[in-house]
Every structure is written in C-alpha cells, then in structure tokens.
Write a protein that binds this ligand. Structure first.
Ligand SMILES: [Zn+2]
Length: 459
C-alpha cells in the first residue's frame, strides 16, 4: 500500500506538471496546483440568481460504454438538446488507461489516474497480500477522495445511484440509506431516473447538491453484440429516452435551467473476435520464451504479467527485463501471427501519457494490445465476435461523450477533447468545493465553465 500514492508529494507534483503536456485541454493551461480556486472570484458569496433552487446543483449521468459517435447512429433528440444548449467535448471525452469501467468511473469521481486511486483494473490481485479485487466494496482498495466524500465533508448533500465505488464507506460517507441504493441491475432505468428526480421534491434544505446516476447501457449491448449491431442502436435510443425523462422531470419542476446536468460515459467500445484472424497466442512465442499461465494476470485488452521467480533469484528486475526483451523479439520476428499488434513493456517504461506505473498493484510487465485484438494462451477454435474496451486510451474507439448543460456552461460551445481526470475539479468548482489533491489541473474549469456570476441568459 505504501507505494500507491494518492496524496500530494514532490513526485506527484512533477506528474501533475507532465499532465499539461499530454492532456488535450484548453491552450490556456500552463501550470497546476492542487489547492483549488483561491481567487475570491470563485467563492460562492454572491446572490444566487435563480428562484427555485437557492444553490448550485450538479446532476452527473454516466452512460456506460457510450462510445463517441454513438450519438450519430440514430436520432438522439435529448442528448442533442443538451449539446445545442450546452458545452460539448467536440471530439469526445478521453478515458484513462486502462479504458475499463471501474478505473474510469473512479477517475471521474476522484480526478486521479488509476495508479493513484488504486483501482488499476476491474479485477486484479494485490501482489503483497495475494487478495483479489473483483469490484469489491472493501475500503482498503479505494484510494483518493471521490466527489461524494468531498461534498459531504464540506457540508453538502450527495446522492449516488449505482456509481461504481459509491457504496464504499469512506470518511464521513457511509452510503446513506435513501441516498445511495445498493447495486442491482434489475432495477429499470426509468426507476433510477425517477428516484433521482424525487430528491428535488424534498424540502428545500434537504435537496442534494450533487447527484450521480449510472446507466449500464449501452455497454451491455455493446459487449454482447459489438458496437455496430442494430441492437446497440436501440440501446443508444433507449439511453437518450432516459436523458429525455431527466429533462422532462426537471422541466416539470421548473429547474431544468438551474440544475447543471453533465452527461458522459466511461469509455468506448470496439469489435473484437475470438478467432485466429484477430488473436495473438502466447504459446506462439515459445521458441523465444515460455510464459507460464500462472504468470499471466490478464490477457486482453491489457496483457498483464507478473513473473513468479523463486525467492533466491537475484536481480528479479533484470530478469523481468529479459522476459520483455524476448517477448518483443518474438513479436517483431514476423513469425508470430499478429505479433505486430502487441508491444510489451516493463511498467515503468510504458509511455508516460498512460500514467500507469506508480502503483505496486500494477503488474511489472504490461502488454499494449492492438485495437480490437485479443490475446490468448493458445488456440481454442472459438469463432465468436462481440465488443470490448480496455485498450489504449489514445484510440478514438475508446473515447466517450461529454456534454454539460446549465448556467455555468456556455450555449453551443465546443471544447477540445480532454481526459476525464479533469472533471472532478469542474464539479468542485460549480459546487464551490475545495478540491482534494488530484491529477486534474486547477485551471481547467476556467476553460470549460463560465465564471460564477457571469451566468448566461437562459431564456
Ligand atoms: Zn464501462
């Protein structure tokens, strides 16, 4: 645990500076700190300009696996309405690596890369304790400070509805009854929307400041059928109808223009097939190196290898480097099928833009798998196609959507793509919260939000 950093340190600050080089954010970003907004102009001290709600409110909705571009598959009048009246990441929101559900939802919530918030994959083994994380709720796995904790720590009210990680007790957050239902995918999307909307019918001083809602579609359909299947188009339409239900419910309560609605996803989706044409088989590397199955913690979309050397083997780091060298020699030999679509790294040698080394939980050897390719130990004769995600976050197919609507978001504004670790500071700024240390830039919100008090004409 000691090596998994989630508090500000000199090295952490250095990483923060490096972020500005890789994050495709607004050009104005030139430096960073993690102290939040110190400028008096960002303190909420002016009269709130609205009538129904006496405070800023954020409703964030995650549509799992909503690949950027899905909005062009079919009519999405409700998402289109938010885009036309709000601010959109023009070419999509960039997920963090690995582009998996739990790491990304928790990066959105904490502003931290997975190496710092601890959820390095959906499923992984702690190399020290040997314990397996598999989307479990034990607090020890979940590092950093998610938005709902920041909110309640600073006296605000937060509601979560199935957001990954939100059922984990943390600090003053205990997943309170009535504000944090327990995960149950059988609950229809309509019921989730109506439950969240019902919080606006509470007495004024009980209305939450922060609401975070999770839809498991269109991810499920994307996995089952692949992103180009007509059933995914139907799922996209259904998600849009749920956004419409949110808009209608807010309009009915005459608060549509007062609530900041943020619609986003966690990652994209790409077709992959369990067939020889799209596969790389580890056993095909046997002439160069034999990799025991016990070493392989994950095959794809991220190949993760943790060599199990005998305790008396010295220089295990060098031995790991030899494994990497031999694997890459095999893969680039031209004799391994699809070998050109897998590149293997010691984790500390991964491209810096991935921010995927600073955790002891990350296995020492990571293979970057080509878009839509799979890795298996050996041939299985399976012939099935489906959809998956988890690949390099630089791939366009791994991008998702970001739309912000509400008084702090300009009408019809398009912003360059940015990484989802920036969102924590955006929400903190809207709510007037002091952000916890995180990997986002404290200046980023100024590139996407209107200053407080300069709210646009909403008529
Ligand atoms: Zn997901």
């Amino acid at each position: 645990m000691a090596k998994t950093k989630h508090a500000l340190s000199p090295k952490f600050s250095l990483i923060l500076l490096n972020l500005f080089i890789v994050a495709a954010t607004a050009a104005a970003i030139t430096t960073a700190n993690t102290n939040g907004f110190d400028s008096p102009s960002f303190k909420i001290s002016r009269p709130w300009p609205f009538k129904k709600l006496n405070k800023p409110v954020v409703l964030m909705i995650s549509c799992d696996g909503f690949r950027f571009g899905y909005q062009f598959k079919t009519d999405t009048p409700n998402i289109d309405l938010l885009i036309s009246r709000g601010t959109e990441a023009k070419h999509g929101l960039i997920s963090v690596f690995p582009t998996m559900t739990f790491p990304n939802h928790y990066s959105i919530a904490t502003g931290l890369y997975p190496a710092y918030h601890g959820i390095i994959m959906n499923k992984f083994t702690d190399p020290v304790s040997g314990e397996v994380f598999n989307k479990g709720l034990q607090p020890k796995w979940w590092l950093g400070e998610p938005l709902w904790v920041t909110a309640v720590n600073q006296g605000l009210k937060a509601v979560t509805y199935f957001w990954p990680g939100s059922e984990v007790p943390k600090g003053s957050w205990t997943c309170p009854e009535g504000y944090c239902p327990h995960f149950n995918l059988s609950i229809p999307l309509e019921e989730r929307v109506d439950s969240v909307l019902s919080h606006f019918d509470r007495p004024e001083d009980e209305i939450p400041d922060l609401l975070m809602l999770y839809f498991d579609e269109p991810d499920q359909s994307g996995h089952n059928y692949g992103p180009d299947d007509p059933r995914v188009t139907i799922a996209v339409s259904r998600v849009d109808k749920m956004i419409g239900r949110v808009i209608k419910g807010l309009k009915k309560r005459e608060i549509f223009d007062e609530v900041h609605v943020i619609v986003l996803g966690d990652h994209g989706m790409v077709t992959n097939c369990e067939c020889d044409e799209k596969a790389i088989y580890i056993d095909d590397l046997a002439d160069w190196i034999k990799i025991p199955s016990a070493w392989i913690k994950s095959y794809s979309p991220v190949l993760a290898i943790s060599p199990q050397w005998d305790k008396d083997v010295e220089n295990q780091g060098e031995k790991n480097a030899e494994v990497v060298a031999k694997m890459n020699e095999a893969l680039s030999s031209g004799k391994v099928k699809n070998g050109e679509f897998l590149k293997v790294y010691l984790k500390e040698k991964l491209p810096e833009r991935l921010h995927y080394s600073e955790s002891y939980r990350i296995p020492p050897i990571i293979g970057m798998v080509g878009e839509g390719l799979i890795v298996r130990k050996n041939r299985t004769n399976a012939q099935v196609c489906y959809g998956d995600h988890g690949y390099d976050n630089q791939l366009f197919s791994m991008r998702t959507i970001f739309v912000g609507h509400g008084s702090r978001f300009s009408r019809g504004k398009k912003v360059p793509s940015f990484e989802n670790v920036q969102i924590y500071n955006v929400v903190a700024e809207i709510l007037g919260l002091r952000p916890a240390p995180n990997n986002g830039s404290s200046l980023f919100p100024r590139s996407i939000l209107l200053p407080f008090g300069a709210t646009r004409d909403l008529t």
